[in-house]
Design a binder for this molecule. Sequence first.
Ligand SMILES: [Zn+2]
Length: 410
Amino acid sequence: MTTQLYLLAVFVALLLGLVVGKAWERYKLRDGRWVDRRRLREMPHYMLGLNFLVDNQVDQAIEELTAAASTDTDALEIQMILGNLYREKGQVGRAITVHQALLQRPDLTKLEQAYVLLCLGLDFRHGGFVDRALEAFQEVLRLDPRNRYALVNLQKLHEDQHQWGEALHVREQVAKIDAGRRPAEQQILGFLRSEIGGAQQRAGDAAGAARTFAEAIDADPRTVPAYLNLGDVRERQGNLAAAVDAWERLVEVVPDRAYLAFERLERAYRALGTPHRFIDLCRRHIERNPQGWRGRLALARHLAAAGQHRAAFDLMLEALSNNPHGLVIHQEIWQTLSALGFEPGLVHRYVALTRDAVFYLDPHVCRRCRYRSTELLWQCPQCHEWNTFVEERIAPARDTPAADVMANES
Ligand SMILES: [Zn+2]
């Protein structure tokens, strides 16, 4: 687990502690059993424990909070945080024991019960006890139907098991709670629908899959895999023109991922007897994305295949000046130079252009958790977020040694 995720978990634990603390305080007041919360805050073990927590010194935090808990055995939130810390340390069994013991308390309010169950669900999920985690989160939702955190965890559990329909159903409830406050919401709904379509496609339900892919695009027009798959389904159904429609729409609506449809479109246009449409499409794409390189490379390859090496070479140099570290461009250039007999003037232009080249580290990195992947992924295997991958570049060594992430462009 990365430090960032770890800090997040600690933060959530703290937050939960505060929320439950408040509820608990109200409960004590209502029950007529007055407990002075200030006494807790004045306890050195408690404050020290929280400080160690913020400082990411888990072992010391556990030590101090354990001492605080033995002084004030009633303090639910301290036990809850302790349990969460055991979980984050990988001591899942211990975390489960602590949280289950809390559930045995006879005087828990509904809200307190929900929060302890939430912690327990996280323990189970962490320990790989999927069914018990599902049960715990469902129980949280029975007690507190609008608990967003439980819903999101439930969604992720379903996603882990590729239960896309269930995941979508849960996510729609999250969307209702968020009600347009988070723009990423539609994107997640789109990607989940796209996965459902993929499952239908694999099961042989082409018509159902096509419908679902169209729904995914309606949910969020930036759901790139839905366009690709929709076209593939239509192509397999024998409707190449409709397939081309889907792929062209991708180029139009999501230009930074347009390149994913280039090969399919080139092949389809050829099959339809209209290869010039590929040249037109690339030219339009290049015009609309003057800083891009993939449209230029695609067109250059197309022209080179037709023997137009000089025009291809010019396009490749343009692509290279937009993306000097694209190995694939260098390879194409060498092939073209070879086809043109290594004409000295052309070689000179290439060498002059590459003098300032920088290199790719890893092609794709998750913006959220910085997970690295050699291929473009739609869902991050580490933080499970959707559509977070960008291409990573480093600046030339003479400028700065620090890696920085730049938005991908085509
Ligand atoms: Zn990630």
